[in-house]
Design a protein around this ligand. Structure first.
Ligand code: PMP
Length: 456
């Protein structure tokens, strides 16, 4: 049935929209979504859209999952709010932390619950500083993040984020952030450089940077297994082992941001497993609750937790926490989400349908606009280029990615362009038929854009 809420024109204008050209917004107008079912969302007029990005890489179980609704309602009745401060906690929070530790792909000691991916990553940054003070190495606090990384939008996490729009006009980054290269072979490899050589070069550059800065000043390296907002960048197989070896050599912590990759997106439960990484901290959000309630988690190993616990004993408190961190309603929804992942064997589902997405994207390589198709599991992208032979990008002012995505939306599929990379990360529960339909609608949008570009 249609939404029973009608939205007044004037009320639609009341929103300050994130990630929007605020000046142009009145011309473009917002798409007002009123409900969702399965992998589809519906606008005010009742038009349906396949959500090709699971609503910001979030809604892994799709819309209309009654068990999550029930879990939230039960928790609302029983204990709608409690907190985790000052030697207190609540039962669902405890259960969720224990469950996450049991799922961790490498040994982890403790879980800190927060409300968003940014908060979890911000907490990781604060722990890095706190730990350095605890260890009596107050100069070892610099953090390395990569070009095109996305770790959030708080003052500190936006500073790690390696995308210009997250920093431009915000007076960022804050001091103490170092920038490493992005492991996108297609875009950044030298002529004829193999994936292996490219990975070796990036690891060598990382080592040179650590040595130039002084290993006694470098604390941690942040990485998404597959870079999401940077354009779905899948690193070469050899990349992470080589990076990890450098970090190990100089006692640099590895923080793996699993906010997008966690809970099956790359085909394993965590991207950490897909790429054979050994993180000291892992951040989780989005798929943790399938987006039905805001919650995130930071897992830390003993190497991190031990000194932090010592320091808090010395100074009397670990003075950090969010009122809504580990909110009981969100924690209950997260627990039920994890139950559903286990019962429905979400990894088997991704193994079943993931190849349909990956083969479909790779088939688009034949299209005159598509320079590269990449992805793993149920995340992928196509990169649109002006000249396939030399990989030349389109001039940014043509906004080809944004144009294709707008055309796709008109044809009933919601996608997202990062520059001229168009990203795909549908709900994990998507069927093969819906993947095919999503790609068919996208293909029509590509053809239309190609026709227009051809006509100049
Ligand atoms: N890390 C990654 C990899 C993300 O993709 C995002 C959000 N897109 C974040 C962190 C930040 O999460 P949030 O928007 O919940 O603060």
């Amino acid at each position: 049935h249609a939404s029973n809420r009608t939205i007044a024109e004037k009320d639609v204008d009341s929103v300050l929209h994130p990630y929007t050209n605020l000046k142009r917004h009145p011309e473009v107008g917002p798409l007002v979504i009123t409900r969702g079912q399965g992998v589809r969302v519906y606008d005010e007029a009742g038009r349906d859209y396949i959500e090709g990005l699971a609503g910001l890489w979030c809604t892994s179980l799709g819309w209309g999952e009654e068990r999550l609704v029930e879990a939230a309602a039960r928790q609302m009745r029983q204990l709608p709010f409690y907190h985790l401060f000052s030697h207190k906690t609540h039962d669902v929070g405890v259960e969720l932390c224990a469950r996450l530790l049991a799922m961790a792909p490498v040994p982890m000691s403790k879980v800190f619950l927060a409300g968003s991916g940014s908060e979890a990553n911000d907490t990781a940054i604060k722990l890095i500083h706190y730990r350095a003070n605890a260890l009596g190495t107050p100069d070892k606090k610099k953090i390395i993040a990569r070009e095109k990384a996305y770790h959030g939008v708080t003052v500190a996490t936006a500073s790690l984020t390696g995308l210009v729009n997250n920093q431009r006009s915000f007076d960022l980054p804050i001091p103490g952030v170092l920038r490493a290269a992005c492991p996108h072979h297609y875009r950044f490899a030298k002529d004829g450089e193999s994936e292996e050589d490219f990975s070796t070069r990036l690891a060598g550059e990382l080592e040179a940077m650590i040595l130039a800065e002084g290993p006694d000043t470098v604390a941690a390296f942040f990485a998404e297994p597959v870079m999401g907002a940077g354009g779905v960048i899948v690193p070469p197989a050899g990349y992470f082992p080589k990076i990890q070896a450098v970090l190990d050599r100089y006692d640099v912590l590895l923080v793996v941001d699993e906010v997008i990759c966690g809970f099956g997106r790359t085909g394993k439960m965590f991207g950490t497993e897909t790429f054979g990484i050994r993180p000291d901290m892992m951040t989780l959000a989005k798929g943790l609750s399938s987006g039905y309630a805001p919650i995130s988690a930071l897992m830390v190993n003993e190497r991190v937790y031990g000194p932090v616990a010592e320091e808090s004993g010395r100074i009397g408190v670990f003075g950090h926490g969010y009122t809504y961190g580990g909110h009981p309603v969100s924690a209950a929804v997260a627990l039920e989400t994890l139950n559903i992942y286990a019962e429905r064997d979400i990894l088997a589902q991704v193994a079943e349908v993931g190849p349909v997405l990956q083969d479909g994207l790779r088939a688009l390589r034949g299209h005159p606009l598509v320079g590269e198709a990449r992805g793993v599991g149920l995340i992928g992208a196509v990169e649109l280029v002006a000249d396939k032979a030399n990989r030349a990008p389109f001039p940014p002012e043509l906004a080809v990615g944004a144009r294709v995505v707008a055309k796709a939306q008109a044809k009933g599929v919601i996608l997202r362009a990062m520059g001229d990379a168009v990203a795909f990360a549908p709900p994990l529960v998507i069927s093969k038929a819906d993947i095919a339909e999503m790609l068919r609608r996208f293909g029509l949008a590509l053809d239309e854009a190609h026709g227009e570009l051809g006509r100049g």
